[in-house]
Design a protein around this ligand. Structure first.
Ligand code: SF4
Length: 289
């Protein structure tokens, strides 16, 4: 009996010693790679693609709009309507490829072409501009413009490039106009050279109260006989300063643009007799400068 008691005690001591020793044995190290990401707004596009499994330009969260919650390129702070100090308003830009209705005169004096020569980053910027234009809804442009501190009651489409390159652009412009009823959009365009687009602009766009569409014209339009097609529409003319005195083929009375005649900056937001004139046909003459 006594022998058994000794044996039990010896076994218990042994077990206790073993447990003590076991506590000091380290658990095997399991290797685990943890990817650390910065805050959402600081993520680069590749980081965001991994973190959220993004598809480029897709509506990842299926809420019906491609926005910041889908991926960074839609981050409202990363996109821009450009403030153009020269005219004193925000403008949206597009690359020169959008100018599908450019005349020979226009192609020769292309503002976009000059910009591409002077600024190296233009091409890259225009890729983003075009993505913005094609992916943003009218509501998103509204949210974007609402955040601006400078005036947004008048906005220009486009200062570089063409607003109505194709049918989809007509829909885009209509969407912008519908979602921004308190803003007036100034749209100089050469799309009137395309009979189909001209008809759509006349019937579907010009009826909005918050738009001023002006048909851009130049000396090429006289040579080709296209100029007559601008009858009954607001126009802008550039390329021959004598036309103001001698008159055009339709006997139009031109309004001398204050900005180009008097070299004034920032006058477009308050100009009442020029491009923004309401309920009256206007023909603006832009002086060569
Ligand atoms: S006519 Fe008036 S709104 Fe049009 S470009 Fe000249 S200053 Fe600006």
């Amino acid at each position: 009996m006594r022998m058994n008691l000794h044996m039990d005690k010896a076994i218990r001591d042994m077990q206790r010693n073993m447990e003590k020793t076991m506590k000091h044995v380290r658990k095997p190290y399991k290797s685990r790679t943890v990817m650390r990401f910065p805050k959402k707004k600081k993520m680069t596009y590749p980081m965001a693609s991994i973190r959220y499994g993004l598809r480029p330009f897709g509506d990842r969260d299926r809420d019906g709009v491609a926005n910041v919650f889908d991926c960074k390129p839609y981050d409202i702070k990363k996109q821009d309507a450009r403030w153009c100090a020269d005219i004193g308003m925000f403008t949206i830009d597009r690359p020169k490829q959008s100018c599908r209705h450019a005349t020979p005169f226009c192609a020769e004096h292309c503002y976009n072409k000059k910009m591409y020569k002077v600024f190296k980053g233009m091409k890259k910027k225009d890729v983003r501009n075009e993505q913005d234009w094609k992916n943003w809804s009218g509501r998103q442009w509204k949210e974007h413009l609402d955040k601006k501190r400078k005036q947004t009651s008048r906005v220009r489409l486009m200062s570089r490039g063409e607003a109505f390159s194709d049918d989809k652009d007509v829909e885009r412009v209509k969407d912008i106009l519908e979602h921004n009823p308190k803003r007036t959009f100034w749209i100089p365009t050469r799309a009137w050279h395309d009979p189909h687009l001209k008809q759509r602009i006349e019937q579907e766009v010009e009826s909005y109260p918050n738009v001023r569409v002006l048909y851009s014209t130049d000396p090429s339009d006289f040579e080709t006989g296209e100029y007559e097609k601008t009858k009954g529409h607001n126009t802008m003319f550039f390329g021959d300063d004598d036309i103001v005195e001698k008159g055009d083929s339709m006997g139009r009375k031109f309004v001398k643009c204050e900005k180009t005649y008097e070299h004034k900056k920032d006058v477009c937001p308050t100009c009442e007799e020029g491009c923004f004139k309401k309920d009256e046909e206007v023909h603006i003459h832009l002086k060569e400068h």
